[in-house]
Unconditional design. Structure first.
Length: 323
């Protein structure tokens, strides 16, 4: 094991679900949330060669990382790349591992293909858009509210779509009548069906969340019932006739797959070092403002990652958080 002084933590959509009792990988209360963090190694247990005391590391866990100090298994830590800030490091693991495995391990993304990325200004969305650009000539459709479209274009989205003001299915079909090759679905419910119907032959839909369950600060039984009722369902014979694939991805259930995850992180760090990907930090909040940080994310005001820090951030970053 290693003991780490935490300098920054990532806020993830799963944390919002957990707060409403909707995330099944969180142990029963009393529990400390937090699936990713970055900091400096303070101490190492017997038999630990790496990391060493003083090393800067990124940490991945099922929960428990929103603390000033954490003790974790050494294999849950990953060396921080040279030149990466603690805030960026806290925005790296969950979002980029998720986006990478969805696009490349399940999605098998190739040159000249097209991808639909929902919530394209969020943590996973931003990561996915950057990773799409590591493949030649990929067309990216990204949904987000209209105020975020300039930021989406800047990040590399080919066709931003305002899901509030237009039907994204129609908007995609106007530009690509046959649909798309890969759909990233963090929404669930009826949006999974829409995504599946948008796939070209040999297309793949990867579902990795149920953001449609969250409609406000409190649990909404109506939204839960609606999402459950509209849940996409298909049998193997129908898939056979349609030449399409449906995949499910949940990083929380891969915590035993240490080597698999380490392999993905190695590839991601290489891409970071080549300047091909860079975590986008939306805002930085001290631990005692976690409620406001969660509210910002739930109201979908963030562009990139919402980060928590044990101590109040510097004035410049505080201003950004207030804006």
């Amino acid at each position: 094991q290693v003991r780490v002084a935490v300098r920054a933590c990532g806020l993830n959509f799963a944390d919002l679900l957990a707060r409403q009792g909707l995330y099944d990988r969180l142990p029963a209360p009393p529990v400390c949330p937090g699936m990713e963090a970055a900091g400096t190694v303070l101490d190492t247990g017997e038999g630990v060669d790496t990391p060493q005391v003083g090393d800067k590391v990124m940490v991945l866990a099922r929960s428990g990382l929103w603390q000033e100090e954490v003790t974790v298994a050494a294999n849950q830590t990953f060396p921080m790349p040279e030149g990466m800030s603690f805030e960026e490091a806290a925005a790296f693991l969950v979002n980029y591992i998720t986006a990478y495995m969805i696009l490349f391990d399940f999605g098998n993304l190739r040159p000249n293909q097209s991808v639909l990325v929902h919530m394209a200004a969020g943590g996973v969305g931003t990561a996915a858009v950057q990773l799409c650009q590591t493949v030649e000539n990929v067309t990216i459709f990204g949904t987000a509210s209209a105020s975020k479209h300039d930021a989406l274009r800047e990040n590399g989205v080919t066709h931003p779509i305002d899901y509030r003001g237009a039907d994204y299915v129609e908007e995609v079909r106007k530009i690509s009548p046959k649909g798309v090759d890969v759909v990233l679905d963090p929404l669930g419910g009826s949006d999974t069906t829409k995504g599946f119907n948008l796939l070209k032959p040999m297309g793949k839909l990867v579902t990795y969340g149920v953001a449609n369950l969250l409609t406000g600060q409190r649990k909404n039984l109506m939204a839960m019932a609606k999402t459950w009722w509209n849940q996409f369902s298909i049998n193997a014979l129908q898939l056979l006739h349609l030449n399409k694939a449906v995949c499910g991805y949940h990083l929380g259930y891969l915590d035993e797959e240490v080597e698999l995850i380490r392999g993905v992180v190695t590839k991601l760090v290489a891409l970071y070092n080549q300047g091909k990907i860079k975590p986008k930090v939306d805002s930085v909040w001290p631990f005692d403002q976690v409620v406001d940080a969660m509210k910002r994310m739930q109201e979908k005001k963030n562009i990139g990652k919402v980060v928590l820090v044990p101590e109040a951030p510097q004035k410049e970053e505080s201003k950004k958080a207030e804006n």
